[in-house]
Design a protein around this ligand. Structure first.
Ligand SMILES: *[C@@H]1O[C@H](CO)[C@@H](O)[C@H](O)[C@H]1NC(C)=O
Ligand SMILES: *[C@@H]1O[C@H](CO)[C@@H](O)[C@H](O)[C@H]1NC(C)=O
Ligand SMILES: *[C@@H]1O[C@H](CO)[C@@H](O)[C@H](O)[C@H]1NC(C)=O
Ligand SMILES: *[C@@H]1O[C@H](CO)[C@@H](O)[C@H](O)[C@H]1NC(C)=O
Ligand SMILES: *[C@@H]1O[C@H](CO)[C@@H](O)[C@H](O)[C@H]1NC(C)=O
Ligand SMILES: *[C@@H]1O[C@H](CO)[C@@H](O)[C@H](O)[C@H]1NC(C)=O
Ligand SMILES: *[C@@H]1O[C@H](CO)[C@@H](O)[C@H](O)[C@H]1NC(C)=O
Ligand SMILES: *[C@@H]1O[C@H](CO)[C@@H](O)[C@H](O)[C@H]1NC(C)=O
Ligand SMILES: *[C@@H]1O[C@H](CO)[C@@H](O)[C@H](O)[C@H]1NC(C)=O
Ligand SMILES: *[C@@H]1O[C@H](CO)[C@@H](O)[C@H](O)[C@H]1NC(C)=O
Ligand SMILES: *[C@@H]1O[C@H](CO)[C@@H](O)[C@H](O)[C@H]1NC(C)=O
Ligand SMILES: CC(=O)N[C@H]1CO[C@H](CO)[C@@H](O)[C@@H]1O
Length: 673
């Protein structure tokens, strides 16, 4: 009764207001309050939830529930229309897992939600409901248009009551792997499953369906039911253990399907051996498809020719299938409408035909990890003007790098953002022509045989964020033009054993975003002032085999977030400064093969530490319980071993490898070990 009074008062007020275009603010506040019974239902719902980070802090008794976070009311009737409690992505927490877990909602979903009779949109995705079942009463939220329970860590069988949500347009039930539960063969288990999909056939308004990572191995009606949904446009059934040996409907036509994802279905769980059933013969019937993902779905079969009949296709992913076809089939070159083509990891051999230049719409082309060889067709660079990303890694090109870049020069070189040729058997010198590719954000040429100096023109690639040139035969030093790469986050020149010469402060003049410097096993010399304050804040630094010594590099003190430090064999002849152990919590520390000396009191917070082959002396340091691997061998530590080993008998140590050989230690190894 109370609620209907509010309803009418609110209604008249608003109509009046719209006409005067005053809308609902200021003095109108009291009349805006939500419907009493719905507020009570929401408070009950909150009470049963676990919310360690107080995401629902604004949900306070006595206040207008339409203003609470995550709630949207209808602005005419005042009924709660949307309940949007999507959790965060762990990417937002930059490795701080505790903070991430605290930000997830959990606990019990209260049936009081049924009171929200006008709820159209419910999003509880990306939370952690701890493998509890999806509540059956969701089936009573009969106004729902949108239900998103994706990655919410529900478990068990999907309740058939969802079949009563006949207005649903969007249903996202993307599942999760179940923690620490393994199947008969030790494989991970999926947390949610369905024995059949009969209930789904009632949802005739459904347009968008995601059931990826739901175990559908026993749902032999999956094809019949999904095919019969008249409005379905998007269907994601990745990693569902789908059975394709099911009764075929009379005619599979999925009348309005535009996006179909059947990836990772023959491969996981169920049958232990790769299937050779190939791609189902009904796929070529789906003439309206714009996007088809069959990655990891047809292991070892021939490449399915019927795909050429899908003339609306713009996105095609056929990666990870190890097709037994010997080369790229010629019909693929005719699919000129393709914008995205992934043929990675497929054993395809032979050369690339010049007909590839007919794919004039292509923006992302992945041919990595096949057996392709020979030259790229020369006209690629002038014809494929939409190309933004090309992946050519893991093939046997046996080409000069300059020839590959020639083939890509033209309109391609002025648009390309990603060029990746890792481990591609390319050689010769990288010349200044690379400077044409000004839009590159990611350049990967590592694990090849490229020789000569690194060209100065690389400094022109001002958009570059990721540069990987490791394990090549580059010589000479880095060009100073690297100091211009203000967007660079990761630089990898690891393992270029022919490089030599000086790297100075100027090489990092604008490196404000650099986080990873992987330059180990590259015998360069760093020449910077002791008081240098680098513009970057590194997370990992590999400089092993550089000439850094004899003094300890004091500029490291400015690196607040350093977690990996590799300074082995860097001619250091110094004591470790006192601030060093207090400033850092390393996950990896290697100072071995130097002439470092002095005493060490305490090794704290670190997990892998190698201080071997130095001249450290005095008693063995105390170590924190986090240390997992410790190498103090070949030093001049002295004193009692049992003192070190028996230091804190009550504490659980994580140590799994300890090397103390070649020191001047004494005493017996006692029982506390
Ligand atoms: C009510 O909501 C609709 C849709 O959200 C919006 O377009 C409209 O402007 C709103 N009206 C008022 C009075 O706020
Ligand atoms: C469901 O929520 C997830 C995030 O939790 C989002 O990535 C996904 O796109 C949503 N699904 C739909 C169909 O909107
Ligand atoms: C719909 O709800 C009714 C009554 O609650 C129930 O008997 C029926 O099984 C439900 N339908 C589906 C498809 O679950
Ligand atoms: C999927 O469900 C089947 C049948 O219940 C079960 O045998 C299998 O272990 C499950 N597989 C996974 C990966 O969850
Ligand atoms: C799909 O197949 C069914 C059954 O044969 C047929 O009734 C329907 O008209 C077909 N729809 C389209 C769009 O071809
Ligand atoms: C492709 O379409 C052609 C003509 O429309 C048809 O003859 C052929 O059988 C189709 N191929 C496949 C594999 O469906
Ligand atoms: C590929 O597999 C198919 C089906 O198993 C077989 O008929 C064909 O001979 C194989 N082709 C090659 C090149 O191995
Ligand atoms: C590519 O286009 C050219 C010119 O339009 C045409 O002659 C050739 O047949 C096409 N190649 C393929 C494989 O369709
Ligand atoms: C670097 O390598 C190039 C090509 O292999 C060679 O011509 C040049 O002499 C080398 N430079 C030095 C300083 O060794
Ligand atoms: C560093 O960047 C600034 C501003 O972007 C620019 O003016 C300066 O020339 C750059 N310095 C070097 C060494 O590239
Ligand atoms: C170190 O990392 C933390 C957490 O990612 C970040 O908030 C902080 O700004 C970083 N410090 C520096 C100096 O970059
Ligand atoms: C007072 C006022 O603005 N009245 C208007 C309300 O809206 C109707 C229809 O849009 C107009 O005809 C009135 O003049």
């Amino acid at each position: 009764m109370a609620s209907s009074v509010v309803y009418f008062g609110f209604y008249f007020f608003l109509v009046l207001c719209i006409n005067n275009s005053c809308f609902c603010s200021g003095s109108s506040k009291s009349q805006m309050s939500c419907i009493e019974s719905e507020r009570e239902a929401l408070l009950k719902f909150k009470q049963d939830l676990r919310d360690p980070s107080s995401r629902l802090g604004s949900w306070a008794d006595g206040s207008d529930c339409c203003k609470w976070s995550g709630i949207i009311c209808d602005n005419v009737t005042g009924h709660v229309h949307k309940l949007l409690l999507r959790g965060p992505s762990h990417f937002d927490f930059d490795g701080n897992y505790d903070a991430y877990e605290r930000a997830l909602l959990g606990g019990k979903v209260s049936p009081s939600l049924v009171e929200l009779k006008h709820l159209r949109r419910l999003d509880l995705s990306s939370n952690d409901f701890g493998a509890t079942p999806i509540p059956e009463f969701f089936g009573s939220l009969s106004s729902l248009r949108y239900l998103n329970l994706s990655h919410a860590q529900f478990g068990g069988v999907i309740p058939h009551q969802l079949g009563n949500l006949t207005h649903l347009r969007v249903l996202d039930l993307h599942g999760d792997w179940r923690d620490e539960t393994y199947g008969r063969f030790g494989e991970y288990q999926l947390a949610i499953y369905a024995k059949n999909l009969r209930w789904l056939s009632h949802l005739s308004s459904l347009q968008f369906l995601v059931m990826s990572y739901v175990n559908l191995s026993r749902a032999s009606d999956w094809l019949e039911v999904t095919n019969s949904l008249p409005s379905l446009t998007v269907l994601h059934l990745s990693s569902c253990l789908l059975n394709f040996n099911v009764p075929l409907p009379y005619h599979v036509n999925f009348s309005s399907l535009a996006v179909l994802d059947l990836s990772f279905n023959y491969f996981y769980g169920g049958s232990r051996s790769p299937s050779r059933q190939g791609i189902p013969e009904w796929i070529p019937n789906l003439r309206s498809l714009a996007s088809l993902d069959l990655s990891n779905a047809a292991y070892g079969s021939p490449i399915p020719e019927g795909i050429q009949n899908l003339t609306s296709l713009v996105h095609l992913d056929l990666s990870y299938n190890n097709f037994n076809t010997s080369s790229i089939p010629s019909w693929l070159y005719k699919m000129s409408h393709l914008n995205f083509l992934n043929l990675g990891y497929n054993n395809l051999g032979g050369t690339i035909s010049s007909h590839i230049t007919n794919l004039t719409s292509i923006s992302m082309l992945d041919l990595s990890n096949n057996d392709l060889e020979g030259k790229l067709p020369t006209s690629m660079g002038t014809r494929l003007c939409n190309l933004k990303e090309i992946h050519l890694s893991g093939n046997k090109w046996n080409q000069l790098i300059s020839q590959m870049l020639d083939s890509l020069s033209g309109c391609v070189s002025s648009n390309l953002e990603v060029l990746s040729i890792l481990h591609g058997q390319i050689y010769g010198q990288l010349t200044n022509q690379i400077g044409q590719f000004k839009t590159l954000t990611r350049l990967v040429l590592s694990e090849n045989m490229i020789s000569g100096p690194i060209p100065v023109s690389l400094g022109n690639l001002l958009s570059l964020r990721y540069l990987s040139l490791g394990f090549n035969h580059f010589n000479e030093t880095l060009p100073e033009s690297f100091g211009q790469l203000a967007k660079l986050e990761c630089l990898d020149i690891y393992g270029n054993e022919y490089m030599e010469g000086v790297v100075s402060e100027a090489h990092f003049a604008n490196s404000t975003r650099l986080r990873e410097l992987e330059a180990g096993r590259t015998p360069l010399t760093l020449d910077v002032r002791p008081s240098w304050l680098p513009p970057f804040q590194l997370v990992s630094l590999y400089m092993d085999s550089w000439h850094l010594g004899p003094s300890f590099p004091l500029w490291l003190r400015s690196q607040e977030n350093l977690s990996v430090l590799m300074l082995s064999n860097t001619s250091l002849e110094d004591v470790i400064p006192s601030w060093f152990w207090d400033s850092f919590v390393f996950s990896y520390l290697d100072l071995s093969h130097n002439q470092m000396n002095g005493r060490i009191k305490k090794l704290s917070g670190d997990s892998v530490i190698d201080l071997s082959h130095n001249r450290f002396e005095g008693p063995l340091p105390s170590i924190s319980s986090n240390v997992a691997r410790l190498d103090l061998s070949n030093n001049m530590f002295s004193g009692s071993v049992s003192q070190f080993l028996c230091n804190r008998p009550s504490e659980q140590m994580n140590l799994d490898t300890l090397d103390l050989q070649n020191n001047q230690l004494s005493g017996a190894i006692s029982n506390c070990w």
